[in-house]
Design a protein around this ligand. Structure first.
Ligand code: MTE
Ligand code: MO
Length: 437
């Protein structure tokens, strides 16, 4: 049916009546047709009665965003924390690289389904001379880069504010699995910024996702022009040598290595380059350190997050159960400030510390061909595996680990509280029960 046919008297499906009803209630013909094609009679009636529309009938250029699930991967290997948050189990991770099926997921709305053929990335704003629209093929044809990088949510270890300090922080109660380590392939974001004629007035770069239905339509994050122009900030389209999975932002996501995960916008749709400092929800009230120790900056309620912090965690179930005797215990450590220099461990709540062994690379054979030689820049943003042998006597323990990076940053004994519980990096006391022999 077209708009022109709606005056017709012959209408077996009763759409003329429906249109008349819709018109009486003030619906435009265009909106009527949109609703009809998206959700049928029920959608039109819902709109006519003023009920909130089911999201499936929202007008959207991406028809596909309708009815999107919270995530699409099998949740079995994860701790499903609800609301589109799949926490990785570090004990699943047998090598340096996190296979995609084990890679954590953090969705503020849903896992969008985007058709690469329809997808466009716009590059706009008052600090570009030639605004651009790029297709998927345009991005794929740019010079590509591949390197290993961990990706970590700012809220990783958040549950420790409650468990360790007794002061619970708001938000998803991640323990240690809001982090994973992948091999990323993409084009440097600066390639498109340069093609768009970024000017020397540029200050802020706003990345906008195609999300719908989230508290802020289009999940977005601002980064300074310096980070956006860093050759390691990617428009990523592959993870572990395969097309970027839907849950991780297909067709193209940003990857901002070393920065809080929220800066790595998935299902990227728009880049706005501004000559002014930009403020949005995600650098004023969210993804901002808010608390006594963090005076407000600009329009933010505290200090907007940028980089992650040095951290370590054990690849053991929480809580772990072991038989008495000798065990080789593994874990992962990472820092945004360069390689990990040392990881210590303690089985007596931090009274005494022992050193652990850092693994050189330990890439699983299926990923070896994707990564460059160990020691190359390919490993600059990777996490490091460490291991130690523990001769475990029966009893109940907490094992703590403490990482130090090459720049000398160490996990601190105490950090100030912040309301949303970001960047907890005190040593984590991992509960371990050792059965008697
Ligand atoms: N468009 C969009 N991008 C997003 C998010 C989102 O909800 N929507 N979540 C962000 C957050 S908070 C994190 S921690 C990472 C998680 O990436 P992953 O799900 O691929 O592990 O994606 C970021 N990018
Ligand atoms: Mo996050």
């Amino acid at each position: 049916m077209t708009a022109g046919s709606m005056g017709s008297q012959t209408d077996p499906e009763g759409k003329v009546e429906l249109w008349q009803l819709a018109r009486k209630r003030g619906l435009s013909r265009r909106r009527f047709l949109q609703l009809l094609s998206a959700g049928g009679t029920a959608a039109v009636l819902a709109s006519c009665t003023g009920l909130p529309l089911p999201t499936a009938t929202r007008p959207s250029t991406l028809e596909s965003t309708t009815e999107a699930p919270l995530f699409t991967k099998d949740p079995a290997p994860f701790n499903d924390l609800g609301g589109g948050n799949l926490e990785a189990r570090l004990e699943n991770m047998q090598g340096l690289i996190t296979p995609s099926r084990f890679f954590f997921v953090r969705n503020n709305s849903v896992s969008l389904k985007v058709d690469a053929a329809d997808w466009r990335l716009s590059v706009e704003g008052d600090a570009v001379a030639n605004p651009l629209e790029l297709s998927y093929d345009d991005i794929l044809s740019l010079p590509s880069r591949t390197f290993i990088s961990c990706l970590e949510c700012a809220g990783n270890h958040r549950a420790m504010f409650d468990l360790v300090t007794g002061q619970p922080a708001k938000g998803t109660q991640w323990k240690t699995g809001a982090v994973s380590n992948g091999i990323w392939t993409g084009a440097a974001m600066r390639e498109v910024l340069e093609r768009a004629g970024i000017t020397d007035k540029a200050v802020s770069v706003l990345l906008v996702g195609l999300d719908t239905g989230s508290p802020e339509e289009g999940f977005r994050r601002v980064m300074p022009v310096k980070k956006a122009m860093d050759p390691d900030t990617l428009l990523a389209y592959a993870l572990n040598g395969e097309t970027l999975p839907r849950d991780h932002g297909f067709p193209v996501r940003a990857l901002a290595p070393g920065w809080v995960g929220a800066a790595s916008i998935k299902w990227l749709g728009r880049i706005v380059v501004s000559s002014k400092q930009l403020w949005t929800r995600n650098n004023t009230t969210s993804y901002t350190l808010i608390g006594d120790a963090y005076p407000p900056e600009g329009e933010a309620l505290g200090r907007p997050l940028t980089t992650q912090t040095v951290k370590s965690a054990l690849a053991l179930p929480w809580e772990a159960e072991l038989e008495a005797g000798e065990h080789c215990i593994f874990g992962f450590a990472h820092s945004p400030n360069g390689p990990i220099a040392e990881v210590e461990w303690s089985a007596d709540s931090g009274e005494t510390w022992n050193s652990s062994t850092l693994e050189e690379s330990q890439i699983q054979p299926e990923f070896e061909h994707l990564a460059e030689a160990p020691g190359s820049k390919a490993f600059r943003y990777s996490w490091t595996r460490f291991r130690f042998t523990w001769d475990a006597p029966p009893g109940e323990y907490t094992i703590m680990t403490r990482a130090t990076d090459a720049a000398g940053n160490t996990q601190p004994d105490e950090i100030p509280f912040n309301e949303k519980g970001y960047l907890f990096n005190q040593p984590v006391p991992h509960p371990v029960r050792v059965a008697g022999s």
